[in-house]
Design a protein around this ligand. Structure first.
Ligand code: AMP
Ligand code: MG
Length: 327
């Protein structure tokens, strides 16, 4: 079983050395927990794919301490600079042309690389002492629900890895937003995520191409990991475009879990669950994956979930819910 380690100075020092020598480590970020390895070490990155059973055509995101660190392995541009000034460190990932320093396994053979600078204090402390970027996908088995607490990683990957660095529950609870900046004249959103697209559009002063609803993402050919089924509980999940009615809740049987966006007026039955008190999107996002896991482990035959409004964080919440419901 993996050891869950507190972020003491001594542990961080040892873990940096462990990573430098090619080790695999689960790390906290403000989005979800990641499974990190030295991004310049192809053998170390291979272990990420093995541990997650992730297909080799699904590229990894590389994490850096600062914008300056990009120069050594990719080609930034004016738009990446503008967006980094506005949102880094934070939950925004850029896809940029790559340099040869990054091994092909990290980018699934693509000539671009995904990069981000996270703002979780524990992650920052760890990476600021590393002289290499960290490749880190979410620390879950491929296509299962992403982990937002150290114990989630322990439950799913505890047998595959030695250490989990504990940074508490993740603030956002959803993966980063990914924007394709290979051609700065035509930036394109590849994945909705924890940074609302409207804020990105304000920063670049234009509307961006976005993934289309109910599709494999607009950029499926260049964002190959964006599968229609992902983030999925084992329990079948049905998604409702509108709020579930009071009468349906009252008549529901205990084998079906209801996952509501907000606390209902009458919440008597214990098969009725909610993601926030009053429908606030930040609260819904940050509790979504933990709640899905809880329901998936509670022995229900079905989960019925409500869609969020189609704006701001609601776009990312619905993207995850739709993939979780795909059968
Ligand atoms: P995650 O599994 O949350 O770490 O996200 C990784 C995702 O980022 C992949 O599944 C791809 O969709 C996307 N991605 C990573 N690298 C690239 C790239 N070079 N070009 C396009 N999308 C990428
Ligand atoms: Mg993932």
């Amino acid at each position: 079983m993996a050891d869950i380690l507190k972020p003491t100075d001594e542990n961080l020092r040892n873990l940096r050395e462990f990573l430098r020598l090619g080790g695999l480590l689960a790390v906290p970020t403000e989005t979800v927990y990641g499974l990190a390895a030295n991004a310049l070490d192809a053998k170390a990155c291979e272990k990420i794919f093995e541990a997650k059973k992730r297909p080799s055509n699904d590229p990894l995101i590389c994490h850096v301490a600062s914008y300056e660190a990009l120069e050594s392995f990719c080609e930034p541009n004016d738009v990446s600079k503008t967006l980094a000034d506005a949102f880094w460190p934070g939950p925004l990932t850029f896809v940029l042309p790559k340099k040869d320093t990054i091994p092909g396994i990290v980018t699934a053979g693509l000539d671009s690389v995904a990069v981000r600078s996270p703002n979780h204090p524990v992650f920052r402390k760890l990476i600021e002492g590393c002289d290499f970027p960290l490749a880190a996908p979410s620390a879950n088995p491929f296509a299962y629900i992403s982990p937002t607490q150290a114990i989630h990683v322990q439950a799913n990957l505890g047998d595959q890895i030695e250490y989990i660095l504990d940074g508490g529950p993740c603030e956002h609870g959803l993966e980063s937003t990914i924007v394709d900046l290979r051609d700065p004249a035509y930036p394109e959103i590849l994945r909705y995520g924890a940074l609302p697209v409207e804020l990105i559009e304000n920063a670049v002063k234009r509307r961006l191409l976005r993934p289309t609803r109910n599709s494999d993402h607009a950029g499926v050919s260049i964002a190959p990991g964006s599968l229609p089924k992902h983030y999925s509980p084992r329990t079948p999940l049905d998604l409702r475009p509108n709020a579930v009615s009071e009468s349906e809740l009252v008549e529901s049987d205990q084998k079906t879990a209801y996952l509501l966006l907000r606390k209902p007026v009458n919440a008597r039955a214990n098969n009725i669950h909610w993601l926030s008190e009053n429908g606030e999107l930040e609260a819904i996002a940050s509790s979504l994956f933990a709640k899905l896991r809880e329901l998936d482990n509670a022995g229900y035959q079905k989960i019925i979930a409500e869609e969020a409004p189609e704006l701001g964080l609601g776009l990312a919440i619905n993207d995850r819910l739709r993939r979780a419901s795909f059968r």
